[in-house]
Design a protein. Structure first.
Length: 93
């Protein structure tokens, strides 16, 4: 159930981002609290949508830059300047 609520909050964050990125971050903040309280982890997709440094909701082309190089995907957050690196999921291609 906690997982479902987190999923809903992510969807809401995505929906409101165009109008109000602050509202998106607010939803992500709630999702993080739920995940901590119920010890539920964000799934892979969800983790990639949040900056690990400033915890903003990231939208490619809006507040983050995604670069693909070699076997890694680098996501730079334009809010705090931090960047995260992920292994490319080759099974998806
Ligand atoms: Zn950031």
């Amino acid at each position: 159930m906690a997982k479902e609520r987190i999923g809903i909050l992510f969807k809401m964050a995505e929906k409101t981002f165009d109008e109000s990125p602050n509202m998106s971050n607010h939803y992500i903040g709630i999702a993080r609290k739920i995940s901590m309280r119920y010890n539920v982890r964000f799934d892979k997709e969800q983790r990639r949508r949040i900056c690990h440094r400033c915890y903003s909701f990231l939208v490619p082309g809006a507040n983050c830059r995604v670069r693909i190089g070699g076997k890694h995907v680098t996501v730079s957050c334009l809010n705090c300047g931090g960047y995260m690196r992920y292994q490319y999921n080759t099974r998806r291609i």
